[in-house]
Ligand binder design. Structure first.
Ligand code: AVI
Length: 322
């Protein structure tokens, strides 16, 4: 009973934060919504579908790099390394790497979803029973969850941050996050991180406007989530998905474009929309190799090496904390 009551309170707190963020974002002159809210249950499922789609090359090409170079990557870590994965989700990408590592000290996935972590932990314990797993529930962009990992001792730590997730942070936020990572590592500890490369806008725009319209559903689902969880009354047919490459900012921007003047309400607040205005829902920053190396340097790391797919669309960087 106690557990049930505390989970109700936790849900309410989360909903309050969600409502506050939504009202703040939609109250701005240029409307925006934080991209972290794209990932409810439906959104996470749609994102998995995006990753499997032909047009979204990132996941496939990153996986190819891991398959080709996993032994070389694992050798860089050395024996008895503790692997930490912020935002691990279902921990799908790590098994191949753990398997290639020499006597791994263990694996620490961090994620905000306890359910997903529990499932992943069970799976890893089954497929790699010799690997110790310490899961931590929390927001990896905040220092609190990192403090909980201090008790896990190891001769070497490597933070594993694949999937071009760093691209969803504004450059200054990305620097802040990498500095947080560096502050939780000792000198010589590692960072293995995936980044999508700057490239022809046609290829980039196709990846975020896939021919099966999964990204469109993923983007629009955010309004549906606000309707379901916050009792809003968005009419999804009055918004369209738009994703385009912004060459100066070196990022793909995802928006929801309003198709007709109208108003909606969320928790007694009325919000007006004008035809043509957009809600900015996500940025995916693309980096050159040199550009990312300089971000690493500014954040307390020194670049050691990197690996690429044959078509040179994507990079996995390995860096050491200074
Ligand atoms: C999770 N993240 C790295 C994806 C990206 O490419 O920015 C999210 C995504 N948004 C639309 N398609 C994929």
């Amino acid at each position: 009973m106690k557990a049930a009551v505390s989970s109700v309170i936790e849900n309410q707190l989360q909903n309050n934060e969600f409502l506050g963020d939504v009202l703040e974002g939609l109250g701005r002159k240029r409307k925006t919504l934080p991209c972290k809210y794209l990932y409810d249950e439906v959104g996470s499922r749609l994102f998995e579908e995006i990753c499997d789609s032909q047009d979204y090359y990132l996941t496939r090409n990153e996986a190819d790099i891991f398959t080709t170079y996993r032994d070389e990557i694992a050798q860089k870590f050395g024996p008895e390394t503790l692997l930490i994965e912020p935002g691990a989700g279902n921990c799908e990408k790590v098994e191949e790497l753990l398997d290639a590592m020499d006597s791994p000290r263990g694996y620490c996935p961090i994620d905000i979803s306890p359910e997903i972590l529990l499932e992943a932990e069970k799976r890893i314990k089954k497929s790699l029973p010799e690997v110790q797993v310490w899961s931590e529930v929390g927001d990896f962009s905040q220092s609190e969850v990192w403090n909980k990992l201090i008790h896990v001792s190891s001769r070497k730590k490597v933070i594993f941050f694949p999937g071009s997730t760093i691209g969803n942070f504004e450059p200054l936020e990305a620097e802040r996050l990498l500095k947080l990572f560096a502050s939780n590592l000792g000198a010589g500890d590692g960072l293995l991180i995936g980044t999508d490369l700057v490239k022809d806008s046609v290829i980039l725009e196709r990846a975020y406007n896939d021919s099966d319209h999964v990204t469109e559903r993923f983007n629009l689902n955010l309004l549906q989530r606000i309707n379901v969880e916050l009792g809003a009354n968005f009419d999804l047919s009055l918004f369209a998905h738009r994703a385009f490459y912004h060459p100066l900012r070196q990022r793909v921007e995802m928006h929801l474009v309003c198709l007709k003047n109208h108003s909606i309400s969320i928790a007694d607040t009325c919000i007006d929309f004008t035809e043509g205005e957009t809600i900015h829902t996500e940025n995916s920053h693309k980096y050159s190799i040199a550009g990312f190396k300089s971000l690493l340097t500014r954040s307390g790391f020194e670049s050691v090496c990197f690996w690429q797919d044959p078509a040179k669309t994507y990079v996995i960087h390995y860096a050491q904390a200074i």
